[in-house]
Structure formats: structure tokens, C-alpha cells
Write a protein that binds this ligand. Structure first.
Ligand code: GLA
Length: 385
């Protein structure tokens, strides 16, 4: 946890007055990857790393936002029309504020001081943590004490689409908004209904491994994958009239009709169809405390992302395989969009040091940067402190 008292004191020194404090978490996805924009299922949890905001109304039409992690201040005048895609973090601030206003949330001129311990660019959704911390702070400072959290999440996603220029799904913003202590959420990305799945881990832990790599391909290939899924839906709908998304394709239907698809599209669709089934099965197994089964589904998810969806990379494959080979590990997989970022491993607490040593050793032996591993519990979503 960051030093909240120090953040408040720094706010007062910087802007004057006593601030209110807000925060929102990063996330790790246990399973259900690249299913959210196919209206399918995901099973993320909010992690202990958070973005904090100290803020206060300033009686002007301007947002003045200083980031302690970046050492920069940005300003947005709410009285003027917005400017999308300026290519800096002002896009997150302006995009979130405008998307909140579009959804009829109140937003007023405010001074905000940000600090965060969600690693940037590591695939733990530092962006969604920022959007949701901004969202809860801005609407609360403007007088809305119990905002609709799904709408806050949708505002964060709209900021990505319209201002930042990333065509993400809803998973990251949703879990940053609605995450719960000691539970993952099984999110139906069509209805936007959550189901709380208690983390019945016993003596096991959720271990995150940040590979510290981010390959160039990540955002362009993300959009390519989305388009490939849409193409699959369009071809399959010739045989399955009324088909709206891959969410509606059963494995049986897929097997019957997949010969219509070009090979690459067939593999992308196969991943999504099977990943949805794995995610539902993993939620069931997790709520029964059947960690062996959860781990097995995680490994199958990784293989499918690596071989059919093709969004993994060597570092993620090594991190997952080396972890999975250690005694006490139930399963390990890449998490998030891919092409770098993190893996998530389900492991007995006593085996954590051995996993850490083995993965670090494997990376150093290949001349790669040392990865960072940390265990995390599931935490609550965006909140006022
Ligand atoms: C990124 C996106 C999410 C989701 C994942 C892949 O994190 O922001 O919406 O699509 O990739 O599961």
C-alpha cells in the first residue's frame, strides 16, 4: 500500500486544502482470455496493486492532474471541446472525464494528485486502474456518492476507444470497478452481469510473474485478432443464421461448420469457443475448491493462446512452463492481452520460493531481464477511502 498520509500532505503542499482520497486496482485474469470482445466469459480478480488519487474541487472548469509516478501535470478545460488522441496520458484524463459527462455523471473542475504501484505496461491493467480511479474521484468530488459501477466501467472503456485509441474489451475496467475482496468475478461480457466466485484457495496462492517484456506487436495484433473473430462470425453465420458473436457458437456447431473457415480464422475461433467453455468450468471448479482442475484448465488455456490464438511469446511460454514443472504448482498461464506482460500461477504457498527461483533462473540463463514475482489476494474495486 502506498503512503496515503504522505499523498494527502503532498496534495496540500501542491494545490492547498484537504483532499479526499480514492483508489482503483489493477487486475489479473485467472482464465478467459480474448473472450470479452466476443461477448463471452472472463474470470479476473482485482489485485493488491492500486492507483491512488487525492483530489479536491477547485471552483473552475479545469481539471488539473499531477502524476507523481510520471512527474508531470496535465490540464483539461471541461468548458472546451475535447481533443482525442494527443498521445500522452492526458488522453486517459480527458477521455474518462468526457465519457463520464456523456453518461450523465456530474464532473466539475478539480485538482488531482495521482500515485500508483500498478506496474505500467506490464499487462496488469494500469490503464483501467487509472480510468477507474479517475472515474470514482471525479464523480464523487462532483457530489455523486453511489455511482453505477457498470456505467463507470463503460466510461473507462469508452475513454480507451475514443481518446486513447485502444479497442479493448470490458474486462479490465469492469474488474477495476466491481472487484471484490477474496473473490474472482465470472463476468458475462454480453449481459455485463457478474457472478462472485469465492477464492477457495486453502493454502494455495495466486502468484503473478511480470516478465518485464512488452513486444511491439501487442496493440496492432490485438486489433487484428478482433477482426479475425468478426470474420469468423460472418462466415459461420452463413451456416448459423442470426449468429451475433462467437459466444453463441457451441463446440458441436463449431466442429460441424469449421471447415468453412480459412485455417487461421478457424484456429482463432477454436480458441474463443473452447476458452469460454474452460472459463465456465474453471469458475465451477474454483468455487468447489478443486484447484487441480482449475490448474489443468489454466494450462489448456495457455496452450490454446500459444498455438491457436498465437498471442503468447517465448518469455511467457518459458515462465508458464517452468512454473508448471515445479512441485506444488496447480497450473500457470499467460494473462492479459499477450505478447509480453505477465503470467498467473496457482501454487501452494510453501512452493512459492521454489517457483520464484526456478523462473528467475530460467530467465537469467537465457540472458533475459530478471522477472518480478509477487503473490496477491483478491481486493476490492474502485473506492473512496
Ligand atoms: C486486454 C484488454 C481486455 C481483454 C484482454 C485479453 O487486457 O484490455 O479487454 O481483451 O486484453 O483477454
Amino acid at each position: 500500500m502506498l503512503d496515503i498520509e504522505s499523498l494527502k500532505a503532498q496534495f496540500t503542499a501542491q494545490f492547498s486544502g484537504a483532499p479526499q482520497l480514492f483508489s482503483a486496482p489493477g487486475r489479473v485474469n485467472l482464465i478467459g482470455e480474448h473472450t470479452d470482445y466476443n461477448e463471452g466469459f472472463v474470470l479476473p480478480m482485482a489485485i493488491e496493486r492500486r492507483t491512488y488519487i487525492a483530489g479536491r474541487k477547485n471552483s473552475t472548469s479545469r481539471l488539473r492532474v499531477k502524476s507523481l509516478t510520471l512527474g508531470e501535470t496535465v490540464e483539461v478545460d471541461l468548458a472546451r471541446p475535447g481533443t482525442p488522441r494527443r498521445g500522452s496520458w492526458v488522453d486517459f484524463v480527458e477521455g474518462t472525464a468526457r465519457a463520464l459527462l456523456d453518461r450523465k455523471f456530474p464532473v466539475v473542475g478539480s485538482d488531482l494528485l495521482l500515485d500508483s504501484n500498478v506496474p505500467h505496461g506490464a499487462g496488469l491493467s494500469a490503464s483501467a486502474a487509472l480510468e477507474l480511479a479517475l472515474g470514482i474521484a471525479l464523480v464523487s468530488l462532483a457530489g455523486e456518492t453511489d455511482p453505477d459501477r457498470v456505467q463507470l466501467a463503460l466510461a473507462g472503456q469508452a475513454a480507451e476507444h475514443q481518446y486513447v485509441g485502444t479497442l479493448c474489451g470490458i474486462m479490465d475496467q469492469y474488474i477495476a470497478a466491481l472487484g471484490e475482496r477474496d473473490a474472482a468475478l465470472l463476468i458475462d461480457c454480453r449481459s455485463l452481469e457478474p457472478r462472485r466466485v469465492p477464492l477457495r484457495l486453502g493454502t494455495a496462492r495466486v502468484l503473478v510473474c511480470d516478465t518485464k517484456v512488452k513486444h511491439e506487436l501487442s496493440s496492432s495484433e490485438y486489433n487484428v485478432r478482433r477482426a479475425e473473430c468478426e470474420r469468423g462470425v460472418s462466415i459461420l453465420s452463413e451456416a448459423l443464421p442470426g449468429l451475433r458473436s462467437l459466444r453463441d457458437v457451441s463446440l458441436a456447431d463449431f466442429t460441424t461448420h469449421s471447415s468453412r473457415l480459412p485455417d487461421v480464422i478457424r484456429r482463432r475461433c477454436l480458441h474463443v469457443v473452447t476458452e469460454n467453455a474452460r472459463t465456465l468450468a474453471a469458475a465451477e471448479a474454483l468455487s468447489e475448491g478443486e484447484l487441480g482442475r482449475v490448474g489443468q484448465l489454466m494450462m489448456e488455456s495457455h496452450a490454446s493462446l500459444r498455438d491457436d490464438y498465437q498471442v503468447s511469446c517465448e518469455e511467457l511460454d518459458v515462465a508458464a512452463a517452468v512454473a508448471a514443472a515445479q512441485p506444488g504448482v496447480y497450473g500457470s498461464r499467460m494473462t492479459g492481452g499477450g505478447f509480453g506482460g505477465c503470467t498467473v500461477t496457482l501454487v501452494e504457498e510453501g512452493a512459492v520460493p521454489q517457483v520464484e527461483q526456478a523462473v528467475k533462473g530460467a530467465f537469467l540463463a537465457r540472458g533475459w531481464r530478471e522477472p518480478e514475482l509477487f503473490a496477491t489476494t483478491a481486493c476490492e474495486g474502485a473506492r473512496r477511502h
